[in-house]
Design a protein around this ligand. Structure first.
Ligand code: SAM
Length: 296
């Protein structure tokens, strides 16, 4: 079994490739760069990959106060452990001060000061007055209307919501298998109708519709598909872990259907084939997402 922390750590390189750079550039340009620290709140920070990416891609304004929250204490622990190393790799000097990470990067006369707090909390039950809220791969796991109401309350007027990697209704594998269509439909139906957790298999499109009704203007949007493919029988970095985790998630979803909907031997056959292909380095995986930037 893969852990959530392993999965979130491994997916960083896939997200790096997938992110829509036009939407990213609009987000980075929307961050004010004045004397006061820019206040960023990240909901569902996972293991802190977005903070590390913003630092590594030199996309932060000169002074940033970054509040990163996640419901899962294991994620927050992993972020606390990993972020100092990742920020150092991005050229920052990092100090831990009373639970905060204070990271500084000097490049000639340009200095970037990044102050990070990591909290275990429900990101939709916070109070803040942020310039930007980031929710990466999160808005497909929540009820959109109430989540956007909370995000609107977290942002100052004119602040931005950046919601990349919002799942949008395609989970595909190659080479083609005769059961693919049926498995995909049941997996997505599980997100929409069966699992206890809210969220939607069409969250990207739903988000585009719901934002204007929730006090936001959509500034930019684009596709950010995950494509994981082996080269010479091997997967880059730790990306096989992501595909293994997705197969486990699909297995868990299919197990919730009664045999009258899907006979266990049928889904076992499909899963065995996909796992064998992954093991051999023959399996291609694709998931469709949208990146959305909106202004409050
Ligand atoms: C798919 S992960 C994405 C993590 C990270 N943003 C990334 O892209 O690597 C979704 C994360 O959202 C967190 N999450 C879900 N609901 C949340 C909530 N109400 N408040 C804070 N975090 C939440 C989960 O614990 C999980 O770590």
């Amino acid at each position: 079994m893969t852990t959530n922390v392993d999965y979130l750590t491994a997916k960083r390189t896939i997200d790096d490739r997938a992110l829509d750079r036009r939407v990213w550039d609009r987000f980075v340009a929307a961050l004010p760069d004045g004397d006061d620290p820019v206040r960023i709140v990240e909901i569902g920070t996972g293991v802190g990959s977005m903070i590390a990416r913003l630092a590594a891609w030199e996309s932060l304004p000169s002074s940033v106060s970054y509040r990163a929250v996640d419901l899962d204490p294991a994620c927050v622990r992993a972020a606390r452990e990993r972020l100092p190393r990742w920020l150092e790799a991005a050229g920052y000097d990092v100090a831990c001060r009373s639970g905060r990470l204070v990271a500084t990067r000097a490049d000639g006369n340009d200095v970037t000061q990044l102050d990070v707090t990591l909290e275990t909390a429900d990101g939709f039950a916070l109070e803040d007055d942020a310039d930007a809220v980031i929710a990466a791969a999160v808005l497909d796991l929540v009820g959109l209307e109430s989540a956007l109401r909370s995000v609107r309350g977290l942002l100052r007027d004119g602040g931005v919501l950046y919601a990349p990697i919002t799942f949008d209704g395609t989970t595909a594998f190659g080479p083609a298998h005769p059961l693919d269509g049926r498995i995909e439909r049941l997996y997505h139906r599980h997100m929409d109708e069966v699992r206890d957790q809210p969220g939607s298999s069409r969250a990207g499109r739903d988000l585009l519709e719901t934002l204007p009704e929730s006090g936001f203007d959509v500034v930019a949007a684009g596709g950010s598909d995950w494509l994981v493919r082996p080269r010479d029988g091997d997967y880059p970095d730790d990306e096989a872990t992501v595909v293994a985790h997705v197969l486990e998630t699909i297995e868990g979803a299919l197990a919730d259907y009664p045999p009258s909907v899907l006979a266990p031997d049928v889904h076992d056959r499909w899963l065995e084939t996909r796992r064998r292909q992954l093991e051999r380095g023959d399996l291609v995986f694709l998931a469709h997402h949208l990146d959305v930037l909106a202004r409050a």
